[in-house]
Design a protein around this ligand. Structure first.
Ligand SMILES: NC(=O)c1ccc[n+]([C@@H]2O[C@H](COP(=O)([O-])OP(=O)(O)OC[C@H]3O[C@@H](n4cnc5c(N)ncnc54)[C@H](OP(=O)(O)O)[C@@H]3O)[C@@H](O)[C@H]2O)c1
Length: 230
């Protein structure tokens, strides 16, 4: 499953798919610890490499500049993952937290594959250090970057094959004041909802961690997966 591109999003149920508030560049819901922990585990999980291997796997997250801006300084860059930020001003932007700036998602994927290639068998590491080898790429928002990814043609390097979709079932955040940022429609002709078995297989999570409706305070939510029909 090397180099697969997956979208990760939390939203209100279909068809609304609300994901944010533009005025505050924030999510509609408060921090939901189990959901944050799920995102952390899933986006960092990589296959083990044998001891003394010259390389180790790492995942990458690709996000829009506004989502990058919304991260509190203490979480920049998102740890244990290569952070890639998409901006029209990429060429004139200096990296301050080790993040990579690119001017579109395809360029992001290309640069990642070029900078972090999976070494062929028996190859040497880079000097004393273990080389980093790209495993998976996660598109983590926001709305503009999700739209670009969802519209990417099959031939694109950034074509996503699955959506890891956390649904915020209640309260009804979509009706809250200021909630005006949305995920693009998930077209039933293109996507099919996978079961718990697929979610477990793709994420590496334990079934009891991701199955059924979860509750945290007054928030009810559910982890899920959509996969391409063809
Ligand atoms: N619920 C979730 O799972 C989730 C996840 C992430 C974010 N969010 C929410 O989503 C909101 C942010 O989303 P957003 O849509 O406003 O912003 P965004 O997608 O994070 O970033 C938008 C920025 O991306 C760059 N960009 C967009 N299209 C581009 C293109 N074609 N080529 C090059 N660069 C391009 C531009 O950067 P420049 O202006 O620098 O050129 C643009 O301002 C926030 O409310 C955030 O909390 C929710």
């Amino acid at each position: 499953m090397s180099h697969t591109v997956a979208v990760v999003v939390a939203s209100t149920p279909r068809p609304t798919l609300a994901i944010g508030k533009s005025l505050t560049n924030d999510m509609p819901w408060p921090r939901i610890q189990p959901e944050i922990a799920y995102f952390y585990r899933v986006t960092r999980r990589v296959p083990p490499t044998p001891p003394n291997s010259p390389f180790k796997y790492i995942n990458a997250v690709i996000m829009g500049r506004k989502t990058w801006d919304s991260l509190p300084t203490q979480y920049k860059p998102l740890s244990g993952r290569i952070n890639v930020v998409v901006s029209r001003a990429a060429s004139s932007t200096t990296s301050t937290f080790g993040e990579l700036w690119v001017s579109d998602i395809e360029e992001g994927v290309r640069v990642l594959k070029q900078k972090f290639p999976v070494p062929s068998e028996g190859s040497e590491g880079v000097g004393e250090e273990q080389a980093l080898a790209l495993h998976r790429i996660f598109i983590i928002g926001g709305s503009q970057i999700y739209k670009l990814a969802m519209e990417a043609p099959k031939t694109s390097e950034a074509y996503p094959t699955c959506i890891l979709h956390t649904t915020m079932l209640s309260p009804d955040y979509a009706s809250d004041e200021g909630v005006d940022v949305f995920f693009p429609p998930i077209d039933d002709d293109q996507w099919k909802k996978g079961g718990l078995d697929r979610l477990v297989e793709v994420t590496g999570e334990k079934p009891e961690k991701v199955g059924g409706v979860k509750e945290e305070g007054d928030v009810a939510f559910e982890f899920g997966i959509w996969e391409r029909n063809h």
